[in-house]
Design a binder for this molecule. Structure first.
Ligand code: BG6
Length: 505
């Protein structure tokens, strides 16, 4: 949607311009924003990395990424030429105190040509351990000082644990104002994740039943078929808990379980999320075993293709004990959710790429039907499909056609692709545009990040102090280790088959 007020001239500087994120996500997103005429009239993208490269070679590489990963498919020649005229490359070493003037000069040149002090966005698309050096570099150059105009985008994971997140935050807050910081979790930019707020708070239908009286338990699954691709080096230092649970899964949990906000003001939404995170019952060290399960895939088959085990993937040490699967059971100690289990699981090399939230409702208090009529009875459930085939599915009981009284489950479905004729933007399109506009609603605040680390900290500690004896403990192409089934079976529950699989039966 075009925005009423024209956007101010903006220079986007991407540190880590040679990396995967820039190639697969950032440039395709910026290109699509350009095609949708959503970027400011005067904008420039400056890619910064160590390697020596000229603008032409840099643009050719980016074009390949757009052709492969843009939601609109391969780029049109003319459009690409117009867009790429805004893109330049700069070789710079963040760790070299002598380097940098070239960046300041480039910014000043652009601004001189435009005749204005532009908004400057510095996007740190770099590994977490380089964030400090990049921030110090910006500080040295003095190019990110204007609290209104200059912004810093930091990718998750923010820190490696609670202590490093606090230390990093202290360091960054000594250099930049909180209003300049955009801590990105791309799940928050996904249409369906944002729709959770619309679904819960724009409809009066659901809020009255959104509590412990009616909801039996909640399951959040984020499953991927991919392994670690070319990111073995990063992933092996991270693992599923740091890579997915501490951020994406807890953010989804926040949106599902938070209290209604009084406005859509960035801080109001973030306050409500922090309240929710603070209400999550801390996992005691001696209970980690009952509350969390880890796994690592061995070789197996995904979609009919043989896959290597995690330890055979490129860049992964043969004795790696990094988890590629994590499942959690959490409780929220507040009036709304007391006693309702929330089960979270995520893993790589699962049988299907699917992210969905399933809300399982309690049984009807009384069954007036004869026993034979309810043989196929199932409790109501509501499934929010985040990806793919985004939508919402409600399972209800209906009388099956026929002369006998026989009840059976049927699904009412809302699918994005059927309901709306336009393709939704990619998460990074939404989020990059928000940074350019200066809207931090979908970004994480420091206290939110810290609360999320506190929740996973006991599990991190326990897992680090006792190495897993049974890795690999699930074959590629399965739904994770058996212990994940037991985790949820304790309360008499079982992981749901995801709804896509059921549809396709
Ligand atoms: C990233 C993780 O944040 O999210 C990756 O670092 C993961 O390991 C990815 O593959 C999943 O994102 P999406 O949008 O494909 O679900």
């Amino acid at each position: 949607m075009p925005h009423a007020a024209p956007l101010e001239p903006t220079i986007l500087v991407i540190f880590g311009a040679g990396g995967d994120l820039t190639w697969r996500k950032l440039i395709p997103a910026l290109y699509n924003l350009y095609l949708d005429r959503l970027l400011p009239e005067r904008f420039a993208i400056v890619g910064v990395a160590r390697k020596h490269l000229d603008d032409g070679a840099f643009r050719r590489r980016l074009r390949e990424g757009v052709d492969l990963f843009s939601r609109r498919g391969p780029a049109d020649e003319v459009d690409w030429d117009r867009f790429s005229a805004h893109v330049a490359y700069l070789s710079d070493d963040l760790n070299d105190p002598a380097s940098g003037p070239a960046l300041s000069q480039r910014l000043e040149e652009l601004e001189r040509t435009w005749g204005v002090r532009a908004n400057r966005v510095f996007y740190l698309a770099i590994p977490p351990e380089m964030v400090e050096a990049a921030a110090a570099h910006l500080q040295r150059l003095g190019v990110c000082r204007d609290c209104q105009r200059d912004r810093l985008v930091v990718e998750k994971p923010f820190g490696r644990d609670l202590a490093t997140a606090v230390a990093l935050d202290r360091l960054l807050s000594g250099m930049f104002a909180e209003s300049q910081m955009y801590r990105i979790d791309h799940y928050l930019g996904k249409e369906t994740v944002q729709n959770i707020l619309a679904f819960r708070f724009a409809n009066s239908l659901f809020e009255p039943i959104w509590n412990r009286r009616y909801i039996d338990h909640v399951q959040i699954t984020v499953a991927e078929t991919v392994g670690v691709e070319e990111r073995g080096g990063y992933y092996d230092r991270s693992g599923a808990l740091r890579d997915m649970v501490q951020n994406h899964l807890l953010q989804i949990l926040c949106l599902i379980a938070m209290e209604p906000p009084i406005s859509f003001d960035a801080d109001e939404i973030r306050n409500k999320k922090v309240d929710l995170l603070r209400a999550i019952r801390p996992i005691r060290a001696e209970e980690v075993h009952y509350s969390a399960v880890r796994g690592q895939y061995g070789k197996g088959t995904v979609n009919g293709r043989a896959m290597p085990g995690y330890r055979e993937e490129p860049g992964i040490p043969s004795g790696s004990i990094t988890e590629t699967f994590a499942a959690f059971k959490l409780y929220i100690d507040n009036w709304r959710w007391q006693g309702v289990p929330f089960y979270l699981r995520t893993g790589k090399r699962m049988p299907a790429r699917v992210s969905e939230v399933s809300i399982l409702f309690r049984s009807a208090p009384h069954q007036p039907f004869p026993a034979a009529a309810v043989e196929n009875w199932q409790p109501n459930r509501l499934v929010i499909r985040i990806q793919p085939e985004e939508g919402i599915v409600t399972r209800i009981q209906a009388k099956q056609p026929g002369t006998r009284l026989q009840l059976g489950p049927v699904d009412m479905q809302f699918r994005y692709q059927d309901a709306f004729s336009v393709a939704p933007p990619e998460a990074y399109e939404t989020l990059l545009l928000d940074v350019i506009r200066g809207d931090a609603t979908l970004f994480m605040r420091a206290d939110q990040v810290e609360c999320a680390w506190k929740i996973v900290a006991p599990v991190l500690d326990a897992w680090e102090s006792v190495p897993p004896g049974d890795f690999p403990n699930y074959p590629a192409g399965s739904w994770g280790p058996e212990a994940a089934e037991l985790l949820i079976a304790h309360e008499g529950h079982s992981w749901l088959q995801h709804t896509l699989q059921e549809d396709r039966k």
